[in-house]
Every structure is written in structure tokens, then in C-alpha cells.
Write a protein that binds this ligand. Structure first.
Ligand code: ADP
Ligand code: MG
Length: 450
């Protein structure tokens, strides 16, 4: 790797402290014929590196006998935006998360049957297992696999109609269709599906109308040889709160489960997720988190997000100490397996909560935050909200964009603006810490109320 070679030379040229501060936290994320992209913890690193060390770097490039390439230093936010531009060259299904792919799914003993079945179904929709029924606990990758099937079919066979819907959404759509008198159109839409991906069927309990619609839909698609994939938190025979004729159909094809991942898989998932966010997670840190967060993958991600947030706000390299601290500050005590449940509280915070607290903090209404105002006293809080959504929730740029009804590049500029300001303004740092504290307290209060 280009940058690794440069670094190994650079290490001998610079004072150990300098190298430790400015180069240890960097790593290469991309290389092609003309350029190399290097991830940096904050924009400040770019100023320092380009301001003071470029001649050293160029000398190292020559010493290593490497081709001269453009070196681009990018923050994780910039890197995500670059990746998104590349990704959008390929068509993306509007209802599917483009990151939930087979490539991004880590296989292990706990999920290997479900994974293999999903791949087979994606390769030969309607031909192998129909329906495919995947069940397992919360946060174990059921939705991820459904999207992976959808993304795969959508890429490989664009002529097929892929529909993803959660049963909750299905019910809401049905209610809406009844209200507007458009049930007929809705049926037509669903009944012309080639691959139906139906998430969380266990939530259909008590929703008789929806079950009835689903029953008809199932029969029509099944008889036409269309692929149906379902997920639930229990195997079909345990879904006793659903209609019998429906659950018997659920087990006509293949029923497969996902169990909580083993330690090695948890580690591999952490390392892969960190890569997607543009971070390199050292093995010892991955092991530390994987040993402390065992229950489900969503919690694992929560811990990782918290760590990345801490690393990026302090421009520090990722280490076990930082992981311990990141976890501790998020949950208010030291990490033990008992605290795992509390991680899920992090994910209860939404962009809307952040917008609430931020607008309150600056003394105006949340609507003002959404206004078109370009006045600095409004723009800055808006950017702070974007920044916190990005780093605290690891929300994607399009997600934040949707919330504010703004283009994702606007969000990127907003987040970057704060990242840049943070390097120079202790006042802003204090403000942001206060806001985070208020958010945590609010969350804590909400928890005790529950
Ligand atoms: P479920 O639908 O079972 O509740 P999700 O599919 O929403 O769970 O998964 C929760 C999170 O964990 C997602 O971000 C998903 O990408 C991730 N995840 C779960 N299992 C895996 C895996 N084996 N490899 C990679 N990511 C995983
Ligand atoms: Mg799910």
C-alpha cells in the first residue's frame, strides 16, 4: 500500500512525537493510477500536514521509488460523500439501503444457513426456496439480509420488480388506501411484484385486514412463481397470534434462523463497519468491544459509533483506552456486559431530539431551525444539529438531508464547517459538550419514565 510505504519512511525522518500526533491517526482508503486518498481525523490535520510536512512526504515518495501521485487528505465525512457519488453511478433501489449488501454482511456459524439461503434466493428468485422465512432476535441482521437480496436482484436483473416493505408500513399503507379509496391501486402494485421482501411479519398480530390482504397477495404471488421472503422474531409455528392459514403458508418453503454472532464474527463485523465509516479499527480494540458487547449487532454498532465520535471530536487515534472511555461516557459507567442494554438507549436519540435540544439551547423554536434564514445565529445551530446527527447517531448525509429537506452536499458542508470551527474555538467545543450533556440527561429521564 502506497501510504503505508510512505509512512514507514516518514517515521524515520520525523520526531517520534510529531509522527505520533499527525501521521499515526492517518490511513489510506483509496488508491488509483493518479491519486491516493488518506483519511484524517479532522480538517485540521490537512492544514498541518500540507502546511509543514509535504516536502518530507515527497522525499519519502522518491526514496521508496513510488510514482508521484496526488495525495488527497479527506475526513470521514468527505470520504462518505465521495463513496456516495461513486455508488450513485449504479442505480440504487429507492426503498433499499445501498450499504446492506451481501459483501457487507459477515458470515459465521450463527447466520450461515440464513446467509446461504438468501444468496440462493437472490441468484434464482422464485426457483429454490419459496417462501424463504428467516427468523431471529432483534438486531441480528434479518433486515440486512432482506435488503441484500433486494439490492442483488435489483442490480443483476433490473427487469424484475423488487418490493421491500415492513409489515408496519404495509398496514399503514392499507389504512391510507382505505381512507383514500385506493385499495385497488395498492393491490395492483403489490400483485405485480417479482420479489416481495416482507419484514417483521410478527407485528401483524391483531391486524386482521392486513393479514387478509397478505393472504391473498401470498397466494397470487406464490402461484405465479414469484419469490417471497419473510422475516420474523419467531419461527412460524410460534406466531400463534397470526391467522393459522397464513402461518401454515409461511413454512411451505424453507425456514431458517439467525443466532447471536460468535466472538470472531462480532469482531469481523466491527472491523467491517468501521471500514465503511472510513476508520481502521485495530484488532485489540475490536476484541475489547466484541467481548463487552455480546447481545446483538445493533448494540455493537452503537458502541462503535460512540467510539468513532470520541475519536473524531478529540482528534485522537482509536485505542482501547478511548474505547473504554467512549463506552463509559455513553452509558455513565464502566463497560460491563450488564450495561449492554443501556447502549440501546443511545439509539433512542433521534435527529429530531437533537434539533429540539439545540434550538432550545440557543433560545429559539425548532421551526426557526428549519427556516430558510441565512443569519449566522440560525445557520450555526443548524450546522451543529447536522454535526451531532452525523457524529452522535452516525446518521448518513442523505438521512440528515431528508430531515432538513436539504441536499446532502449542504449537509456535508455544514458538518465540515463545525469540524473546522471546533479546531479553533474552545467556546464552540464547550457549547457542544453542554448540548450532548443535555441530550444524555433528557434520555436518562425518558428512560426512568419508561
Ligand atoms: P434485525 O432486522 O434482525 O433486527 P438488522 O438487519 O437491522 O437486524 O441489523 C442491525 C444492524 O446490524 C445493521 O446495521 C446490520 O447491518 C448489522 N448486522 C447484523 N448482522 C450483521 C452481519 N452478520 N454482518 C454485518 N452487519 C450485520
Ligand atoms: Mg429488522
Amino acid at each position: 500500500m502506497y501510504w503505508v510505504q510512505v509512512l514507514s519512511r516518514l517515521q524515520h525522518r520525523l520526531k517520534p512525537q510529531t509522527f505520533q500526533n499527525w501521521f499515526k491517526p492517518t490511513h489510506q482508503v483509496h488508491e488509483d493510477d493518479d491519486q491516493v486518498m488518506i483519511l484524517i481525523p479532522s480538517p485540521f490535520f490537512r492544514d498541518v500536514i500540507q502546511g509543514s510536512y509535504m516536502s518530507h512526504i515527497q522525499a519519502c515518495v522518491r526514496e521508496c521509488g513510488l510514482k508521484e501521485k496526488e495525495l488527497r487528505f479527506v475526513t470521514s465525512t468527505e470520504w462518505e460523500s465521495i463513496q456516495m457519488k461513486n455508488r450513485s453511478l449504479k442505480p440504487v433501489h429507492p426503498d433499499l439501503n445501498p450499504l446492506y449488501t451481501f459483501e457487507n454482511f459477515v458470515e459465521g456459524q450463527s447466520n450461515q444457513n440464513a446467509y446461504a439461503a438468501s444468496r440462493a434466493v437472490a441468484d434464482h428468485p422464485g426457483m429454490v426456496y419459496n417462501p424463504l422465512f428467516i427468523y431471529g432476535g432483534v438486531g441480528l441482521g434479518k433486515t440486512h439480509l432482506l435488503h441484500a437480496i433486494g439490492n442483488f436482484v435489483y442490480q443483476q436483473r433490473p427487469q424484475l420488480k423488487v418490493v421491500y416493505v415492513s409489515c408496519d408500513a404495509l398496514m399503514n399503507q392499507l389504512v391510507e388506501a382505505y381512507r383514500r379509496g385506493t385499495v385497488h391501486e395498492m393491490r395492483k402494485y403489490y400483485r405485480t411484484t417479482d420479489v416481495l421482501l416482507l419484514d417483521d411479519v410478527h407485528t401483524l398480530g391483531g391486524k386482521e385486514r392486513t393479514q387478509e390482504e397478505l393472504f391473498s397477495l401470498f397466494n397470487i404471488l406464490y402461484q405465479a412463481g414469484k419469490q417471497i421472503v419473510l422475516t420474523a422474531d419467531q419461527p412460524p409455528q410460534k406466531l400463534t397470534h397470526l391467522e393459522k392459514r397464513l402461518i401454515s403458508r409461511f413454512s411451505w418453503g424453507l425456514v431458517t434462523d439467525i443466532q447471536p454472532p460468535e466472538l470472531e464474527v462480532r469482531m469481523a463485523i466491527l472491523i467491517k463497519k468501521a471500514q465503511i465509516h472510513g476508520f481502521q479499527l485495530p484488532d485489540d480494540v475490536a476484541l475489547f468491544i466484541a467481548e463487552n458487547v455480546t447481545e446483538n449487532v445493533r448494540l455493537l454498532e452503537g458502541a462503535l459509533k460512540s467510539l468513532i465520535f470520541h475519536a473524531s471530536t478529540r482528534s485522537q487515534p482509536i485505542s482501547i483506552e478511548l474505547a473504554r472511555e467512549a463506552i463509559a461516557t455513553m452509558v455513565g459507567s464502566s463497560p460491563t456486559t450488564n450495561n449492554v442494554l443501556e447502549y440501546s438507549e443511545i439509539s433512542r436519540i433521534t435527529i429530531d431530539d437533537i434539533a429540539d435540544v439545540v434550538s432550545n439551547y440557543f433560545g429559539f423554536s425548532k421551526e426557526t431551525l428549519f427556516s430558510r434564514s441565512h443569519r449566522p445565529r440560525i445557520v450555526l445551530p443548524r450546522q451543529i444539529t447536522m454535526y451531532l446527527a452525523r457524529h452522535l447517531l452516525q446518521a448518513s448525509l442523505p438521512e440528515i438531508g431528508n430531515y432538513f429537506k436539504k441536499h446532502h452536499t449542504t449537509v456535508m458542508h455544514g458538518v465540515q464547517k463545525i469540524e473546522e470551527l471546533l479546531d479553533h474555538s474552545p467556546k464552540l467545543k464547550d457549547q457542544i459538550h453542554e448540548i450532548i450533556q443535555i441530550l444524555q440527561e433528557r434520555n436518562q429521564k425518558r428512560r426512568t419514565r419508561l
